[in-house]
Design a protein around this ligand. Structure first.
Ligand code: SF4
Length: 242
């Protein structure tokens, strides 16, 4: 059954420091009042226009196996292939911060307010990531609230870490994110662009641990697995890097 997931704006709005970091500003760098005002304005505009909404659907490992195969384009070493079979529970999810945010970003850039458009873009991207993190948290609380929790919930998305972007096709067929206004174009990109889809995998922390030295890691722009792995296994990732 597809169920709505509440996403409160106040819970996903990124902080000023988070936005500055996203824009490449070092933590102890002094910030001009002009830049601070820009970030605050972007955060306010986001709160004015964003309409976050999400859905999820529990499914079996066997059902996910078919979705994960997708169009047969995954990398053979995609870590998710070795993770999901060990899941205690899993659920597909989709979320968006809404079309109005993307429209406003385009409007600002089009009217030459590029700095504000760029900053709002950073705010919206971070908010979408925060919403995905909120989904992980809510799934954990709902499913494992009364258990001693060695269980970790992490989300994995098509287009990342060897799960080919064409995997969106089956995910959309199954979950129908169109019901919350997310559509998929012929290149498997989502509109609104500030949307996230994927699978929430709940299982023992160890199932989420892998060494990120796959061939596709060489062209990775985010290395976002590093902080996730660190949170699961302390400094082990640092040893892998040395
Ligand atoms: S380095 Fe990048 S591509 Fe490789 S596993 Fe980590 S996030 Fe995925």
């Amino acid at each position: 059954m597809i169920v709505p997931v509440p996403i409160a704006l106040s819970e996903i709005l990124p902080g000023v420091k988070e936005v500055l970091k996203q824009q490449g500003v070092k933590e102890n760098h002094s910030i001009s009042s002009k830049v601070m005002n820009l970030v605050e304005t972007a955060r306010r505009k986001f709160m004015d226009v964003a309409q976050p909404v999400g859905i999820k659907q529990e499914l079996s490992t066997a059902e996910f196996a078919d979705i994960f195969i997708g169009e047969g384009e995954n990398d053979n070493s995609a870590p998710l292939s070795g993770i999901y079979p060990h899941a205690d529970r899993l659920a597909l999810f989709a979320l968006t911060v809404g079309a109005e945010v993307s429209n406003l970003i385009a409007e600002l850039v089009g009217s030459n307010d590029i700095a504000l458009g760029y900053t709002l873009d950073a705010v919206a991207s971070l908010a979408a990531d925060n919403a995905a993190g909120l989904m992980e948290k809510q799934y954990h609380e709902a499913a494992f609230a009364n258990q001693n929790s060695t269980i970790k919930v992490l989300g994995y998305s098509p287009g990342y870490c060897g799960w080919h972007i064409s995997g969106q096709k089956k995910l959309f067929h199954y979950l129908k994110p169109e019901t919350i206004g997310i559509i998929l174009n012929d290149s498997f990109l989502m509109e609104p662009i500030k949307s996230v889809t994927g699978v929430l995998i709940a299982g023992k922390a160890d199932i989420h641990i892998f060494k990120p030295d796959f061939s596709f890691c060489r062209v990775c722009r985010t290395h976002s697995c590093h902080s996730r792995l660190k949170s699961l296994k302390g400094e082990r990732i640092e040893q892998w890097k040395s």
